[in-house]
Design a protein around this ligand. Structure first.
Ligand code: MN
Length: 137
């Protein structure tokens, strides 16, 4: 694996193997949902070209980009570039994906709110055709 910098705030964590990501992505859980915090807090590292599946969050999600350059796209909208320092406030129920660009890894903190015991509904993969369409711009 190519190491692009050693400036990451948090350890990389474990490789995500749940089948809902394309490419190499890693999760470091920072805080689990508990009696006071109705969200999960995690640090997600996307290597070049890695991205989530399309998905929704029942009570929304906030992303804080801490390193690199990537993409955030809501269904039927143009993808937007996201980069270190950006904060993305994702509304509840909106189908979207996030991930690295083709030539830079991207790391974000994710704050993902729960509705009861669910905080994400996974959908179909972001195909190479969909990804290449946004990343060629
Ligand atoms: Mn999300």
């Amino acid at each position: 694996m190519q190491e692009e910098s050693n400036t990451s705030i948090f350890p990389q964590g474990e490789k995500i193997t749940n089948g809902y990501f394309t490419g190499d992505a890693f999760l470091r859980i920072l805080q689990e949902k508990d009696k006071n915090n109705n969200f999960a807090l995690g640090n997600v590292t996307f290597e070049r070209g890695a991205r989530t599946n399309w998905h929704t969050h029942p009570q929304g999600q906030v992303l804080i980009v801490t390193e690199g350059i990537g993409w955030y796209q809501e269904k039927r909208k143009p993808a937007q570039v996201i980069k270190k320092g950006d904060v993305i406030n994702i509304p509840e129920g909106v189908e979207h994906w996030h991930g690295a660009s083709a030539d830079s890894r991207m790391i974000h903190i994710a704050i993902t709110n729960y509705q009861d015991e669910e905080n994400v509904t996974w959908l179909q993969p972001v195909t190479d055709a969909e990804y290449n369409e946004v990343d060629k711009k």
